[in-house]
Design a protein around this ligand. Structure first.
Ligand code: PPS
Length: 566
């Protein structure tokens, strides 16, 4: 039977918190990123026990190299506070700093003991298995995380406030108390970042039955894989499935974890977190916390690597693994079975995640054997067919490549079709209205593109069409914009691939001449880089086609992607 006594938290008493808050207001203060807020919440409430703060360098090195803290305890994931160089300059070891949420509320004080510049390529190789930015956490590490890490113990002042689903959020100690109260001696946890369909319901129900345990559905609502279904929709779906379990055997609680999609290491981490939440068993399925394909198009991890690593450390984790194979529907038996236990000659049915997304986006049937009607209805509500969703067409290319001209022609064609509002965010127009104070350094260009990306993602979210036409010379920034937009709808990247020679020959604005003469500095293609896209949805050759044909090519692409009705 599990030990359900309270786990140590890092919070101080209410009175001390009030006093500390006043003192903390004077300290150098760091505005936490969304991911850091998630990490801090679990540090403070004991979800990351035995960690007592953001990791120092020795713990970090131990964790990166062999999944162990300096004191030898098992811990597979670096939990570090990444900051800018500028802020790091004000946070020497010995200094206390205030940690604030996005609204400026002081959540904690960090007493800095360590400050160092990590070798991110090494971290990527060791923790995520490859220094490949196709991995979302590696991409985050290189392109979002700050260059310097700060470590040290935390004094918790207050937990981040959540306004959504409050009654479904529990700290480790709240869950422990709940299990104690109900006399749940064995609890099997199910981690998920996707809606639950029949296969999951079947799998979790079996897991509980086989282990004679109660079931905790423990979905992640902090940060999951870019492009996942938002947690609001998912929680509504989970609530619809909860009734399907025998009464009083099952509960659900939301976990504000920022996932890293680190497969095997992530599974071990999830196990430790569930132990802290009072669970005795943990379900590890196929491709647990898988990050998808690498740059070469192969899986980062084997489908059962996570199970293997969990098994190796099971005793130390202190949570028993309930391994689960891939479940498929057997037509003749009208039930789900593990794929490798299906008798020969049976008809096996399965709908993959990709196929489900296709069916949703095209408004196609989703059979009852696959999911529950209430879940499908919920998904259809948030994912209407693609031709009713918002989307963004993002042109990129050299100055004078023809982006604006094609974008204008496209806008008119889309307006002629009607149905959705269209907004053109042309490079020059944006620089006049949104980014008038910016120049052309890398930093300013990135800021400019991120602003465009933000506006485009809002338009997309609200069901409109955004057409963007900046140079957008940096691949990593375009990718960040893509992630932001794809949370709400499609992003169609169009590379207007007019060669530098041709742009310079045309020189519509006379800028190339000035750039060659050194009168305009940092000019794209001449004295500043342009990284051509490798994964654009469409590449347009303006050298041999007129504007109308180019715009029509985009229309055909949109039709082919189901974004406009054919
Ligand atoms: S970026 O890199 O995406 O932020 O650039 P963008 O906002 O699209 O602005 C490009 C337009 O600004 C003019 N211009 C320059 N372009 C590139 N490099 C330098 N140094 C520069 N200085 C001014 C240029 O007219 C670009 O317009 P387009 O429509 O691309 O020709």
């Amino acid at each position: 039977m599990q030990n359900l006594s309270p786990i140590p938290e890092l919070f101080v008493s209410r009175d001390s918190a009030e006093k500390l808050k006043l003192q903390a207001a004077e300290l150098p203060s760091w505005d936490l990123t969304a991911r850091q807020v998630c990490d801090l919440e679990l540090l403070m409430n004991g979800g990351f026990y035995p960690l007592n703060g953001f990791m120092g360098e020795a713990d970090y090195n131990g964790v990166v190299d062999n999944m162990r803290l300096e004191n030898g305890a098992l811990w597979p994931m670096p939990i570090t506070l990444d900051v800018s160089e500028d802020f790091a300059g004000r946070a020497a070891p010995g200094q206390d700093i205030a940690l604030r949420d996005e609204e400026g509320v002081i959540l904690a004080i960090l007493s800095v003991t360590d400050r160092w510049t990590p070798d991110k390529a090494r971290e990527a190789e060791k923790v995520f298995g490859a220094d490949d930015t196709a991995h979302p956490a590696v991409n985050y590490l290189h392109n979002t995380a700050g260059p310097v890490y700060l470590g040290g113990p935390i004094i918790g002042i207050q937990a981040p406030v959540h306004y959504d689903y409050r009654h479904r959020r529990d700290t480790p100690n709240e869950l422990r108390a709940y299990f104690r109260k109900l006399g749940w001696r064995k609890v099997v946890a199910f981690q998920t970042r996707n809606p639950l369909h029949r296969a999951h319901q079947e799998l979790t129900f079996r897991a509980a039955k086989d282990t004679q345990a109660n079931l905790l559905i423990h979905p992640v609502v902090g940060m999951t894989k870019p492009g996942d279904i938002d947690h609001f929709t998912r929680v509504r779906c989970y609530e619809a499935v909860l009734d399907r379990y025998p009464q009083s055997t099952t509960t659900m609680s939301l976990l504000n974890l920022a996932m890293r999609m680190a497969g095997p290491r992530e599974a071990v981490w999830h196990g430790l977190i569930r132990k802290n939440h009072g669970c005795t068993h943990f379900i590890v399925g196929r491709d647990h916390a898988g990050p998808g394909k690498n740059t070469a198009g192969e899986d980062f991890y084997g489908p059962y690597d996570a199970q293997a690593l969990f098994k190796e450390y099971e005793a130390e984790i202190g949570v028993e693994m309930v391994p689960f194979k891939h479940m498929v529907y057997v037509l003749e038996k009208a039930q789900y079975e593990p794929a490798d236990e299906v008798a020969e000659g049976m008809t096996v049915l399965n709908i993959s995640g990709t196929e489900l997304r296709r069916r949703l986006s095209e408004g196609l049937e989703i059979p009852d054997w696959f999911s529950f009607p209430a879940v499908v209805e919920e998904l259809r509500r948030t994912r209407p067919p693609r031709h009713k969703q918002g989307f963004t067409v993002f042109f990129t290319g050299l100055s004078g490549s023809g982006k604006s001209t094609i974008a204008n022609a496209l806008m008119v064609k889309l307006m002629e079709m009607g149905g959705r509002p269209v907004t053109l965010l042309d490079g020059d127009v944006v620089r006049k209205n949104l980014s008038s104070e910016l120049g052309f350094s890398k930093e300013h260009r990135d800021l400019n593109i991120r602003r465009i990306g933000f506006v485009a993602s809002e338009i997309t979210k609200n069901g409109g069409i955004a057409i963007c036409a900046p140079i957008a010379p940096y691949a990593a920034t375009r990718r960040a914009v893509r992630e932001q937009i794809e949370a709400f709808g499609a992003m169609v990247e169009v590379h207007v691939a007019t060669s530098l020679e041709e742009c310079e020959r045309r020189d519509r604005k006379g800028l190339y001449k000035l750039a060659r003469a050194g009168k305009i500095k940092e000019f794209t293609g001449i004295s500043d880089p342009y990284e051509p896209p490798t994964n654009a949805e469409l590449v347009i050759d303006t050298e041999h086609l007129d504007v109308d044909t180019c715009a029509h090519q985009v229309i055909l692409k949109l039709e082919q992607m189901g974004l406009i009705a054919g």
